[in-house]
Design a binder for this molecule. Sequence first.
Ligand code: MN
Length: 260
Amino acid sequence: MRFLVTNDDGIYAEGLIQLASSLTDIGDVTVVAPENERSATGHAITMHFPLRVRKVKLPGLDIDAYAVDGTPADCVKLGIDKLLEEQPDFVFSGINRGSNLGTDVLYSGTVAAAIEGCIMGVRSAAFSLLLGDEMDYAYSGKVAKEVAKIISSNDLPPNTLINVNIPNVSEEQIQGMKVTRLGRRRYSKNYEKREDPRGRTYYWLAGRLIEEESGTDYDINAVNDNYVSITPLHFDLTNYNMIETLKSWGFEKETISKAK
Ligand code: MN
């Protein structure tokens, strides 16, 4: 099994080093990851600047590792297109420092990297460890190996990735894995209004979580109940239920011309 490992916390992040290290037990690993932290950059790609690549040595690991001065999605695209000798069997992203649950997956660079892997025809998964006083990624590394084993022996359809969130509790407290759907998270008082030393106003995103949609099959509930949450995601955003409805609204009958 050949793995491309990436993340959005930056190439020297502890979670990435653990993920790469765990996966070397079961396959060949190449790391292509952002030089600097690029959390919450979503699926951004770099178009108007060149990308510079630097080969680096990761602590305790004897594997090829490339630091790219771009986004997580850049790393996957460039890695598969140019840096890796062969197409990888898997793109694994993470282990992110903090959860990627519910609607937050849309902002996530970690998840975007896995989506990019899917777009490029590679089976992909994203891994995130919930924030806690201590961040010990060892158990999450074991989870990643288990996920690799399960998806390699089953038929993961193209365009589908696995989003994994791991509760930040001791291994003994973990209740197991649970297959879930995305929940919904809402934040209030998103921005703090402040003043800079020259008296000018600025705003800083603070984001206090006020509401989480509840239901036993949601990812958010699973991790709250100390389950490892496993969510299948796809990125066809089409709302199929609305196709016939929109036709009935007359969109296809309207002719928009200069005369109108
Ligand atoms: Mn991150």
